[in-house]
Design a protein around this ligand. Sequence first.
Ligand code: MRU
Length: 353
Amino acid sequence: MFIEGVKVEIVPLEFRNGKIRFIDVTKLPEELVYVKTDNVERLAKAIERMEIRGAPAIGVAAALGLAMVAYNSKAKTYSKLAKELYDAAERLRKTRPTAYNLFWAINRIIKKFNELKNKPLDIIKSEIVREALSMQLEDIKNNISIGKHGASLLKDGDTVLTHCNTGSLATAGYGTALGIIRYAYHVQKKKIKVIATETRPLLQGARLTAWELVREKIPATLVTDNMVGYVMSKGMVTKVIVGADRILLDGRVANKIGTYSIAVLAKHHNIPFYIAAPTSTIDPKSKEIPIEHRKPEEVKTVLGKIATAPREVEALNPAFDITPPELITAIITEKGIARPPYDKSIRKMLGLK
Ligand code: MRU
């Protein structure tokens, strides 16, 4: 499909007739599997198991999940519908703690629901669905805007290193950091290349980013995470662009584990290090970021299939790390490009005092 004149090829989430259809990204790159559900517990499990992952995709999935509950509800009173929606919201909030988009999306739907209090139930239900669908479309449009703003920073001959997966599969469609790459290469026809890190332990870079890049014929090379220093020291990287799971007003950014190491290396090698994310990733209140710790088995095996360590060994598995503002050259959102000092520029971008 075309949105604002830009081709959006992969849409990982769809809402139709009270059901959500999503791409189970754990099956990629071997198989492109779509799963259909009308069950909020199944959706919550999909987020926990990372069949649906990536901050904006998680947010949109939660919004569509609440729309699904409203659409299928047999409630005859406002308070009954409220209970169904609040229970679903509570379950979805518990799925993953770090990506701010999840909480932003649930809060937006609940706020909408509260605003509709005096309307007939049918109207409330259809308005909730409408709100979730407009959030989905907004996310794609925001990604295209991020693409436009970010691509202005790229030039012919650039090699962009990216981490994890920030593409269509991690959003409602198009992507953030990968959206910039896509926009620069396909819309602006800039001659750029990509280096994608494999992203241990769940290999989102190898499985998903490489899949998207190959599919769209964008020149790309896969490296293991521990090759980043090597490729930078050899002059093979001219820019780094990664996504974000949560951005604080002071410019600290939580993103996939390994991002901080890449930022430190970029600073050492004088390579610009950019963050790309929609403003729905910016948490305007928190002072700290909760970091999700996942099962040690993810570290001790390859995707749960091959053991790579003794079963008895202890393993640490933080899913995210925090990059401090002094390592970040700029933060690219749909509203434009924020530069240091971030405590001023991010507030200005959001229209906050
Ligand atoms: O654990 P994941 O795969 O959900 O982590 C994803 C990331 O860290 C992405 O970089 C981030 O969510 C931005 S996606 C546009």
